[in-house]
Write a protein that binds this ligand. Structure first.
Ligand code: IMP
Ligand code: MG
Length: 192
């Protein structure tokens, strides 16, 4: 696996440090916006919706830094089937955990990476139809390209160059998710 790596963009240590500050920011903002820290608040449980599978490691590390009462309802979205590295339409699957009515709920939607924005747009459109009290959005990575940089988003851990990356949950052909850092692959491995 290591032989397929071209270069490391973000080390495990850099990611861990950034998550500490991001988590603090999220807790402060969400408590202020929602009153979630108030034990008397009628809806004092945060609803975390991670988009699987890419956000799996990010969410696991982030939620353990959020000392808030929460429920976690994973959903999935797939826009890069197999070895394709360009967007090919999106399939959303809310499973049976994401409530069809989100009235009274404060939702934090979490994805791995903001690229064209079509995944987050499709998911936020659908979640907004379900009427949450608040909907905040968070990604680990945002690519420095116009479509991503102009997309409205609440929290971004890192802005990265517009390159295909894997590791820390992100995949190429469902592989490399277990790499502890964010890396690029050698061109002969990932053909765009
Ligand atoms: P978007 O819909 O174009 O914003 O793409 C978002 C989704 O595409 C993410 O949730 C990822 O699953 C996938 N994706 C986009 N860029 C990359 C990448 O560089 N590496 C791995 N997956 C990516
Ligand atoms: Mg994804």
């Amino acid at each position: 696996m290591d032989a397929d790596i071209e270069r490391t963009l973000l080390s495990a240590d850099q990611i861990a440090k950034r998550l500490d500050s991001l988590a603090q920011q999220i807790v402060t903002d969400i408590e202020a916006a929602t009153g979630l820290s108030d034990p008397e608040h009628p809806h004092n449980t945060l609803t975390i919706i991670p988009i699987m599978t890419g956000s799996i490691i990010f969410v696991a590390d982030l939620v353990r830094r959020l000392p808030l009462r929460m429920r976690i309802y994973p959903m999935s979205a797939s826009s890069y089937p197999g070895t394709a590295t360009t967007t090919q339409g999106i399939t959303l699957s809310f499973g049976d955990r994401v409530p069809s009515e989100l009235g009274g709920q404060h939702v934090l939607l979490i994805d791995d990476i903001l690229d064209s924005g079509s995944t987050l747009r499709a998911v936020t459109d659908e979640l907004n139809k379900r009427g949450p009290d608040t909907l905040h959005t968070c990604v680990l990575l945002r690519k420095q390209r116009d479509q991503a940089m102009s997309f409205p988003i609440d929290y971004v851990a890192f802005d990265i160059p517009d390159e295909f990356v894997v590791g820390y949950g992100l995949d190429y052909d469902d592989q490399y998710r277990n790499l502890p850092e964010i890396v690029t692959l050698k061109p002969e491995i990932a053909q765009g």
